[in-house]
Design a protein. Sequence first.
Length: 317
Amino acid sequence: MEISAARYGGTSEEGNKILPGDRRPGGTARCSSRSYHEPMHALGDANIQFCLQYGMLGEALLVMFYFQLGEPLAYCHQAACQWHEKSIMQEQNTIINLFQPTIQAVANLYGKSEDAFLLTGTFVNETDYVKKAHHDNNLIGLVMLFTSKAMVAFYLSEFELAEDFIRRSIELKHAMNMAATLHFLQLFIEGMAGLAIAKPNVRRAKANIRRLKGFARHAPTVLSDKIALLEAEVAAANGRYDLAHEKFEIAIAVAQRNGSIQEHALACERASVFMSRCGKLADAARYLSEAMELYAKWGCDLKVRKIKKMLAAASAK
């Protein structure tokens, strides 16, 4: 499976570097077209403009969506920093507090630190953040915190932590008695993490697939690769290995078609785990090498370093 530079960033005809989905909050796209998808393909220009009607809150939502939908982490980090500086200048402290966990999640995955600080609880003022959120009854802020922590844990293959964080996030969402914006992401992480732990929860994963398919009627591009990957993991957990292999290939192809680089990387990584369990170590190494290349293109330095160590250990055996 060849990885296209044009698909995941490249240069324009004028020679200027292009980042996929390059659209700054409050600005315009640097390039009007892409070889693989339009800017923010899952949202569309109409929804982008709708978000921007809500000022700094809308711009914060766009930064969050950039991250959730797999825009390059270098761009997500740049957009988050610009938004944060602008929010401070306008003294938008409430909004800053609400979206601080997402900003920290971007910084954690993109940063050069060896420490997954969003997981260990050492990210900026987490203790104060949680106390204040409880004091202000800011349940949305806590949902954002635990969902962001679950995302970092999930992408770093800390599946038991991811499952715990996402469970706490979903419990808070139910307490609010409202449909959370990130509910589809919660369902995906809950299903995937539940299948990757020692005792896979196949029943819950199947239930989450059904719910995601309901959401997919309204957002097929966002969810088709997630559904395909969950179906591959369910087939693997049920011992249907030929079907699982086929489903992993479908998940990889759908993610590539959708331009979802982080889902493409994740599908390759999970296919590698599956092949390793089947005793096909050469295929496992090939998938893992491709996952590492894709994570590098996404800009997830922590993950790249972790996979390099795994590949080195495998080759030393």
